[in-house]
Ligand binder design. Sequence first.
Ligand SMILES: NC(=O)c1ccc[n+]([C@@H]2O[C@H](COP(=O)([O-])OP(=O)(O)OC[C@H]3O[C@@H](n4cnc5c(N)ncnc54)[C@H](O)[C@@H]3O)[C@@H](O)[C@H]2O)c1
Length: 308
Amino acid sequence: MAEDALERNPEGSSRAELSIRKVGVIGAGQMGNGIAHVAALAGYEVELNDLSRAQYDAAIEIISNNLGRQLSKGKITEAERDEALARISFADGLEALGDCDLIIEAVTEDEDIKRRILTDLCPHLKASAILASNTSSISITRLASTTDRPEQFIGMHFMNPVPVMKLVELIRGIATADDTFRTSRAFVETIGKTVAVAEDFPAFIVNRILLPMINEAVYTLYEGVGNVEAIDTAMRLGAHHPMGPLQLADFIGLDTCLSVMQVLYEGLADSKYRPCPLMVKYVEAGWLGRKAGRGFYDYRSDPPVPTR
Ligand SMILES: NC(=O)c1ccc[n+]([C@@H]2O[C@H](COP(=O)([O-])OP(=O)(O)OC[C@H]3O[C@@H](n4cnc5c(N)ncnc54)[C@H](O)[C@@H]3O)[C@@H](O)[C@H]2O)c1
């Protein structure tokens, strides 16, 4: 990626014009490591937090491999890879995020965990800091209400895998200030992503449409209409989807899929969003998809084999 592509995207926002210099990312899982990757590559200093140093080290290894892939495809230079890696450091505890201008929360999709982190985090932040959540489905207004700065709180929903996917949904809570929205939008543009603005309703736009489709695919499996291979093949070749819905569920993580369906079911009070019992069973078994080595496919063999 050329330096001016990093500095200024077609929409016109440049990093130099922004008040954001340092970005904190809480949660170094699939999404958090991707967010740290793209922010560091765009020139931001990044503090990456997780429960342990080991989780951070695992994330750095993934980021390093993903940067290596971009390098081998000629998308970035060796110097850009090295500089990006050098910009990321371990935030040992939430207090280490105290000098960040923007903090993006990307921990497990569980409202209690997110609320606890936000409550613990706020006393450490500088007054001007903007807080964003990468939640897939939880109310931004409700999360904002647990902080000391609802007007500086926003939903910033990245797509998986972050370095590849162009979209970021921006979701304003009821109190989100115009300035917060403008700065967040400009930040997203400086990392080369495109914004879609969504209202604060359960699961926003992408997951409101995508997750019921995945849930229906699991019902199709549960009811024996087709096996894993038939369902995924049918949707790849019959609907021209780049991957089947069960493969996609494994990729997202079945725990995240289930949480989103629960938020839709409870938030919209409509039985059409009832999570499929088979999805619940897979999550209870710890078969969470690719990140756990097993979901609708078993990834311990190469190529992965369907589990039903
Ligand atoms: N997986 C997807 O496709 C996808 C897409 C968009 C948004 N999201 C959202 O992003 C968020 C993270 O999802 P993910 O797929 O990266 O999950 P993940 O399971 O890969 O990662 C979650 C990380 O949060 C960490 N964590 C948990 N509690 C913590 C705490 N108290 N302090 C610090 N770290 C903590 C875990 O150790 C883990 O590393 C969720 O809100 C999810 O809904 C996921």
